[in-house]
Design a protein around this ligand. Structure first.
Ligand SMILES: NC(=O)c1ccc[n+]([C@@H]2O[C@H](COP(=O)([O-])OP(=O)(O)OC[C@H]3O[C@@H](n4cnc5c(N)ncnc54)[C@H](O)[C@@H]3O)[C@@H](O)[C@H]2O)c1
Length: 316
């Protein structure tokens, strides 16, 4: 039987994710939901009308849901649920400023997901990402491997773009990596960055690499400052959709994601940005990569920073 994927939240992130998922043409159904009456149905109708032009057979279903759980029958039996519901940042806001309001939203959504799609792999994107991923696991009570968050794919893609621009080389020749939290303790990993297989440190001076690392760490805020009314969605939706595709195809692709860490790198009991093998069960396993001493110290620092906040979300 064909796969069913649900995207909760039909804002900028959710609607572009639904579009990408539909255009892959690998799912039988893409369900898009929101609490704004008519919005998901309208977007679904619009997307379905693009099928003959873009050449995909996937059906998009829109469903308005209530905070009381009404309308959630539409997501029944989903193989994958992407949670994008929640407020985005405005200029000057940090992701942590969204904690209280988005925790309420994500908890409510996650409880309905557990009820109606009990076997789904959940991909969380709502911010603050590491905390919302931890909260979704607590609220669904799903095994930890079945709840993952999207951040590292995006942060890595931003780093890759900045390196490609700086060196004026095709983006396909650049490989970068970003671990840690989706915030101030993000850990770009220059030792894993290459251009056509050559170490980045052979091609750029250390201060230039540091400049690109800083721009990557502030990559979301840079877009928010320009847009003024919301946050990025093209690159973020590309990242979440690729994760969902890897789950649907059980591909085993290794991706930087927010996953439960249980002893890897000597770190335990926390959702953290690491590389993981993604398949039908979610994060099949965390993949450990060689890090320099300072990168490992950065990862430990990120783990401690998010651990304290993730412990707090249980009460939100
Ligand atoms: N992880 C990342 O890398 C990353 C990147 C960009 C944005 N984000 C986050 O993604 C989230 C969504 O961003 P956006 O740009 O789409 O915002 P948006 O305001 O365009 O859309 C959010 C949507 O969620 C809906 N919503 C609110 N409560 C809901 C509920 N209980 N059930 C269903 N839908 C509900 C709203 O009606 C709205 O349509 C934000 O929290 C943002 O910070 C994360």
């Amino acid at each position: 039987m064909g796969k069913k994927v649900t995207v909760v939240g039909a804002g900028f992130y959710g609607s572009t994710t639904a579009q990408r998922l539909a255009e892959y043409d690998v799912f039988e159904t893409v369900v898009l939901t929101d609490i704004i009456e008519g919005k998901p149905e309208g977007l679904a109708l619009d997307l379905n009308q693009s099928r003959s032009i873009e050449g995909f057979e996937t059906k998009v279903v829109g469903a308005t849901t209530g905070v009381d759980g009404s309308g959630y029958e539409a997501i029944a039996g989903s193989d994958i649920v992407v949670i994008t519901a929640g407020l985005p940042r405005k200029p000057g806001m940090s992701r942590m400023d969204l904690l209280g309001v988005n925790a309420k939203i994500v908890r409510g959504v996650a409880e309905q997901v557990a009820k109606h799609a009990p076997n789904a792999v959940v991909i969380v994107v709502s911010n603050p990402l590491d905390e919302m991923t931890a909260l979704a696991q607590i609220a669904t009570q799903f095994p930890k491997n079945r709840v993952i968050g999207q951040a590292g794919m995006l942060d890595t893609a931003r780093f890759t773009h900045f390196v490609a621009e700086e060196l004026n080389v095709p983006v396909g020749s650049v490989k970068t990596l970003t671990l840690g939290s989706h915030g101030d303790t993000m850990v770009p990993v220059p030792s894993r960055c290459t251009v056509d297989g050559k170490p980045l440190s052979d091609l750029l001076p250390a201060d230039k690499i540091e400049e690109l690392v800083t721009r990557t760490r502030n990559g979301g805020a840079e877009v928010v400052a320009l847009l003024k009314t919301g946050s990025a969605y093209y690159a973020p939706s590309a990242a979440a959709a690729r994760m969902a595709k890897a789950v649907a195809e059980d591909s085993g692709e290794v991706m930087p994601v927010c996953a439960w860490v249980d002893g890897e790198y000597g770190i335990s009991g926390v959702y953290l940005g690491v590389e993981a093998e993604i398949g039908a069960t979610g994060a099949r396993r965390v993949v450990i990569t060689d890090l320099t001493e300072s990168e490992l110290a950065g990862l430990n620092e990120a783990a401690e920073a998010v651990r304290a906040k993730q412990a707090d979300v249980a009460g939100l």
